[in-house]
Write a protein that binds this ligand. Sequence first.
Ligand code: ADP
Ligand code: MG
Length: 598
Amino acid sequence: MPDIIHLLPDSIANQIAAGEVVQRPASAVKELIENSIDAGAKNIKLIVKDAGKSLLQVIDDGAGMSEMDARMSLERHATSKIQKTEDLFTLHTMGFRGEALASIAAVSQFEMKTRLAGRDLGTWLLVDGSEVKRQEPVACEQGTSISVKNLFYNIPARRNFLKSNPVELRHSIDEFQRLALAHPGIAFTLIQGDEMIYDLSPSKLSQRIIALFGKSYQEQLAPCQEETALIKVTGYLGRPESAKKTRGEQFLFVNQRFIKNNYLNHAVMNAFEGLLQDNSFPFYVLFIDIDPKHIDVNVHPTKTEIKFDDERAVYAVVRSAVRQALGSHNLTPAIDFKTDVNILNKLNAAPLSREQYYAEQFGGSMERSNLKHWEKLFESGDSKLFSRPEPDPGMTLRFESAVNHEKEDEKTDEKAVFQLHLRYVIRSVKNGLMIIDQQAAHERVLFEKFMKHFKGEPGSSQQSLFPQTINFTPTDFALVMELEQEITALGFRFEVFGKNTLLVSGIPSEITGNEKDLLESLIEQFKRNQAELAVPVRENLASALAKRIAIKSGQKLMAPEMEGLVEGLFACSNPNYSPEGNTTFYVLDTSKIEGFFK
Ligand code: ADP
Ligand code: MG
């Protein structure tokens, strides 16, 4: 048998390596800007077109490269940053693997202009899928300019895999923000299409934060500082009561490298404990400086995960640093409410009683005659419509305690409705016992209601007493603008109020709550749905809002609320499942119940 093993040509090897390093335009943004930082640039400009899909370009005024180095930089494992293994443990550069440029050039149409200081001419290189097409001397500025065109043009499967422009742009802006935060002394510009998104001059960290996230951050930053023999922690924390319902403004850097680390994020959250509302996430930008010999950056090609040799010690210092900062700046909600806009939110919240809320939610009338309506449906013999799977034979029902709670309810046995374990609504029906999952059912009811708003019955809006401004990240802002029509159809009212800022003046009349929380969490849930399920925009929005405001399991319900819920569910065109596909109700057939006692 002949020998069959051979080495792969470079172009293929590079394409394979690219799979790990370059997942999307944002990965190239990160690698190119890191190179500019390593080259000592003072000004870095990022230009993206079509969310980086057709073009992304990074221009810097760093050291530049010689003709030979420019060519070498495209080889895999070619780097100027380390020479021997030990160098890995004393790293002071962002890069060291020497594979970014080779990878990017393997999957794009790549162009580089670069000139060393003191040289008259620079060099120009044109590369097409790893293959150097031309290299010529060129007159250019000192530094390096790299254009990456039509990323993944030669790997259609990857290109098709890219998400929509707003999503891809958000990833790139995220990378840009992280790098700009880590290096406030460097001037950064970001241009998307014809629009200047950021123009950041060199500044202190606090000013950089404000330039990136908006003026509203000015008052809410508390400095955080702590130093031990092992590490130094510095940075800023946002006030607890300014914490957002959306994640995404938590920044942790180790030796100026942005990292993702759930364990250390937990240390920060733990220090905030007791100061935050449920499911809200405080802003923070924290820098950990540590001797490189105590960390391993080489865990992952994208270098966002690192290992500490003593993670627990780092955890303890981070938590104590945050605790101390919160304590010494008196960032307790009670104190700050007096001067904070949150007092307005408080005044504005929950103007409806629970009874009023449910009356609106289910169309008001809780008359028994109305309840008959769905029972008729159910009893009409059209069993296919609501046919349920066979009950679990091992199922036992314990409802003594719940029954006792309903003593005051004077309904006849047949119509009794009660709650089980604050989770299920139980009601007798002609052919047995109906068990309704209160949360899933309410999500279905709301979902169908909201879907109607998109189909010619726009939701009415309740005007806010105190309209609130919401500051979004540029990408979330772009997303809200993209969804403007739909969000308005649901009953939200808002207008653009300065850069990335909205003034929200109304919310759907059927819901209560704080405008800011509602809109923020709607967007957050929308994004989560978008990432997890591929549902059309309207379904996504309707189910996101339904999920956000539906009755939760664990919530005590009054008899009229339960009846309203049952009625609402069976007025739905598809009552069997929640928008996410969870079963909403189940009927335990009388014959099965009889079977238990034979
Ligand atoms: P790494 O950054 O891990 O060394 P890269 O593939 O990103 O690997 O870059 C390869 C080499 O090209 C770098 O080590 C550096 O010498 C050179 N280089 C890349 N980008 C620039 C730049 N913007 N300015 C100067 N030199 C650069
Ligand atoms: Mg690099």
